[in-house]
Design a binder for this molecule. Structure first.
Ligand code: DAH
Length: 355
């Protein structure tokens, strides 16, 4: 039994996939015309069945094949239509994507972590709300020590049952104590983070960022400190001509103590690190005071170490040429656009940490 022309015309004439499917249902669906013929085979007597069944099966195959062929043709047409109409002009400029930027402080902290990781330091952290023990006492600044008055400390209201007010940490040095307490030496850490002092003008903000360094081992000398700082400053400012000098100074938690200056020259009216036209202070440092080691349960006859601390914001200003610290924390989108870094400018030593 061959399909009659009307059936074949209906298939070939289906204008789209939906119309073709309607024809398919009409012919091959549960109560479709061809399906009805297939069903009738069951009630035929043996002779009729022998004669008719092959024809009916052939009819079903012919109709199925015709539908598949039409379907493929319709899908081809649809693709052609899409290719013709949905054209993308690759020569058009890319639409401007919304873009945030990495704050210079975050960028510089990443640069510092990268430089010190290469020297074998890991990154340590501590809380921003500190006890006076960690912020002062353990660092060899007992109560009534004049050094406590040097830092304009924010004190918190003591909580119920607390005998002593906690403070917003005034420096990252308490992380030295916390690290020595829980890590047996040798120790090599840096500790970047926020610190707080009651102070505000063009070069001071009540919140700013410091980074602390601490090395504890046997037979550590001032020479190790000097080499580490020189290596760090050259890597950070990305110049081999960085001149560094150490001046005797005083910090309660180091003995001896030194302030570290870098040489600068004036280029286009701006201070640029390198050369020796003048000196500016960038770091505090020294050999960890024996009393600080003892406060952390370390025997000063066995262990020595050096420490240093510096302002991250100031390092960023020096390296990237900003001159007002307050702008760092204003959140002005124009400033962030100008001084911010792209998220993909990840500092690497091989690529130059300055991105
Ligand atoms: N904590 C000091 C400050 O905030 C900076 C400092 C000086 C840190 C000497 C040190 C150090 O680790 O050895 O002014």
């Amino acid at each position: 039994m061959a399909a009659d022309q009307t059936t074949l015309d209906a298939i070939a004439g289906a204008g789209d996939l939906a119309a073709l499917d309607a024809v398919r249902v009409r012919l091959l669906g549960k109560s479709g015309e061809v399906t009805a013929k297939l069903k009738s085979v069951g009630s035929m007597d043996a002779d009729t069945r022998a004669a008719e069944a092959p024809k009916i099966h052939a009819l079903r195959e012919q109709v199925t094949a015709a539908i598949a062929e039409r379907k493929a043709a319709l899908e081809d047409d649809e693709l052609e239509r899409k290719l013709a109409t949905e054209r993308i002009d690759l020569s058009l400029p890319v639409p401007e994507a919304r873009q945030g930027s990495v704050h210079p402080v975050s960028q510089v902290m990443d640069e510092l972590a990268e430089i010190f990781a290469d020297l074998g330091f890991s990154v340590a952290e501590g809380p921003e709300i500190e006890s006076q023990w960690y912020n002062f006492t353990a660092l060899n600044m007992p109560e009534n020590h004049p050094a406590r008055a040097m830092q304009d400390t924010f004190y918190l209201e003591p909580r119920e049952g607390e005998t002593e007010a906690r403070v917003l940490r005034t420096h990252t040095s308490p992380v030295q104590i916390r690290t020595m307490e829980r890590t047996p030496p040798p120790i090599r850490i840096i500790a970047p983070g926020r610190v707080y002092r009651s102070d505000s003008d063009a070069t001071h903000t009540p919140m700013f960022h410091q980074i602390e360094g601490l090395v504890i081992d046997r037979n550590i000398t001032l020479g190790h400190l000097k080499w580490t700082l020189e290596t760090f400053l050259k890597a950070f400012f990305e110049r081999d001509d960085v001149a560094m000098r150490m001046r005797p100074s005083y910090f309660p938690f180091t003995e001896p103590s030194a302030e570290v200056d870098v040489g600068y020259s004036i280029e286009k009216g701006r201070r640029v690190v390198g050369g020796q036209q003048g000196w500016m202070e960038v770091l505090g440092s020294g050999m960890v005071h024996p009393r600080v080691l003892a406060n952390c349960g370390l025997d000063p006859d066995e262990w020595q170490g050096f420490a240093f601390g510096t302002g991250v914001d100031r390092l960023a200003m020096l390296k990237y040429g900003m001159d007002d610290l307050r702008a760092f924390f204003d959140g002005d989108i124009r400033w962030l656009k100008h001084y911010g870094f792209r998220a993909l400018d990840v500092p690497t030593l091989s690529g130059g940490v300055g991105a």
